[in-house]
Design a protein around this ligand. Structure first.
Ligand SMILES: [Zn+2]
Ligand SMILES: [Zn+2]
Length: 264
């Protein structure tokens, strides 16, 4: 897990999650204190995942990106992914595959360097439905077109297994072409849920879900998959991995803006 940034969500949690109520607040404070800021706001983490195996190095999502980028400006903080990769001992040119769970600016922020693919030897993998969804949207064209121009963009259509065995699972709703990455140890969930309470209450919708009803179905599906396979869901924004309704109270310190150890 590589935490590109931590920021308090710029909107009130009850605005971001329509249906939010006292029971959600109470549960989150008890079960997920790492996501509750001192003023009652919502700590949002921005996690990328590095998966290494004999088949190569896969990076899932590229965070909010550098200062001056759209997501960094929105959140008032800058990402630090390149430094984290360096600390992990992985150079940008050693990444073989970048999987984008979806094309939002807080998941694609480090796609490029100097308007060229930052991960210069990587194939960037995205669902075809996602590409169609963002076509002609200028801010996304900026982040995606250079990948295609360099011959480094691969569109997949539906469930796909990558070399090395990583499974890409379409989980639409947040966006039409949203996908999760299923490994032996975790479901890398992107924004299939954005707040930990959505693992406890999958029907709790997020205001920026493109199709809320479909998003609820995808959340149920991913929770069922995680339960059936006994692995946690490691989504992009909760501070820690989640195991759904039956999850025990985790041993984490109250939200300090610093990630507790992320044990999968
Ligand atoms: Zn998103
Ligand atoms: Zn996101």
């Amino acid at each position: 897990m590589l935490c590109d940034a931590v920021a308090v969500f710029p909107e009130a949690v009850e605005d971001a999650l329509p249906g939010w109520g006292d029971e959600h607040q109470r549960w989150t404070s008890l079960a997920m204190p790492g996501n509750v800021a001192a003023d009652g706001g919502w700590w949002l983490h921005f996690h990328s995942y590095l998966v290494t195996s004999a088949a190569g190095a896969v990076l899932v999502d590229t965070g909010i990106g550098p200062a001056g980028g759209e997501a960094a400006e929105w959140l008032g903080t800058a990402g630090r992914l390149p430094g984290l990769l360096e600390t992990a001992g992985v150079r940008a040119d050693e990444i073989d595959t970048v999987v984008l769970t979806h094309i939002h600016t807080d998941h694609t922020g480090w796609n490029l360097a100097e308007e060229l693919p930052r991960f210069c030897n990587a194939t960037y993998v995205v669902q075809q439905a996602e590409l169609e969804h963002v076509r002609d949207v200028a801010k996304y064209e900026r982040l995606i077109k250079p990948l295609a121009d360099a011959g480094q963009l691969r569109a997949v259509d539906g469930e796909t297994t990558l070399d090395g065995g990583l499974r890409l699972l379409p989980t639409p709703g947040h966006t039409p072409g949203h996908q999760c990455v299923v490994t032996e140890r975790a479901v890398l969930g992107g924004d299939v849920l954005v707040h930990p309470a959505q693992a406890r209450w999958p029907e709790l919708t997020y205001v920026y879900e493109q199709d809320p009803a479909v998003a609820v179905t995808s959340r149920h599906d991913v929770l069922a998959l995680a339960a059936a396979t006994g692995v946690p869901i490691a989504a992009a924004h909760p501070h820690t991995a989640l195991t759904g309704a039956a999850m025990p109270l985790p041993a984490v310190s109250p939200g300090s803006g610093v990630c507790p150890p992320h044990k999968l």
